[in-house]
Design a protein around this ligand. Structure first.
Ligand SMILES: [Zn+2]
Length: 167
C-alpha cells in the first residue's frame, strides 16, 4: 500500500485560496486521473473519476473504498481510497513562490496514479474579498474581472503531481 498526496500549483493573478467548491474535503468534488497497473504497468486509456461521496465495497469486503477496478490487461484488482483532512487551499503565497499545495491524500493498492486532470467545481477569492464560485478549470485557465474590487483575476499555468506520502 502506498499513499499519494495530490499536489496542485498554478499562477494566481489577484486571487487566493483556490480549492474545491465545498472546501478541500468537498464530498461532491470529482477527481479525474489515470491508473497505472502496479503489476503489468498498463495505463488506463481514459481518466477514471472518484469523489468522496461515492464508495463501493472492496473485494475483500472489509471496508468501503472509493474505487475498485480490475486491470483490463492482466486482471489484477486494485482499489483507491481517499483520506480526508490533509488538504489545504492554494494561496497567493504558494503561487508567488511557485510552490504546490496538498489537495487530497489517496491510498492506492494495486495501481499508481498518473495524469491528474483539472475539471470543474472550484472556488477562489480575489485579494479584495470577492468570491468566485463554480470555476471551471477544464480549459486550462480562468479569467474574469472582479467588478467590486476593480481588478482582473486569472488562474493559469495549472500543474499537478502525485507525491508519495508517509501514511
Ligand atoms: Zn495489469
Amino acid at each position: 500500500m502506498v499513499n499519494y498526496m495530490l499536489m496542485i500549483a498554478a499562477e494566481l493573478e489577484n486571487l487566493t485560496d483556490l480549492q474545491p467548491q465545498g472546501g478541500c474535503d468537498d464530498p461532491n468534488f470529482t477527481y479525474y486521473f489515470k491508473l497505472k497497473c502496479g503489476n503489468c504497468g498498463e495505463v488506463t486509456q481514459k481518466e477514471t473519476c472518484v469523489s468522496l461521496n461515492e464508495t463501493v465495497p472492496s473485494a475483500k469486503g472489509k471496508s468501503d473504498v472509493h474505487l475498485a477496478q480490475k486491470c483490463k490487461f492482466c486482471s489484477r484488482e486494485g482499489t483507491v481510497t481517499m483520506i480526508t483532512g490533509r488538504g489545504s487551499p492554494l494561496t497567493q503565497d504558494h503561487a508567488e513562490a511557485g510552490k504546490h499545495a496538498p489537495l487530497m491524500l489517496f491510498d492506492f493498492r494495486g495501481f499508481e496514479p498518473v495524469d491528474f486532470v483539472f475539471g470543474s467545481g472550484w472556488k477562489a477569492e480575489s485579494i479584495r474579498g470577492t468570491k468566485f464560485h463554480d470555476i471551471d478549470l477544464s480549459g486550462g485557465e480562468f479569467a474574469e474581472y472582479d467588478e467590486k474590487g476593480e481588478c482582473p483575476v486569472m488562474i493559469s499555468n495549472l500543474r499537478a503531481t502525485f507525491n508519495v506520502a508517509k501514511p
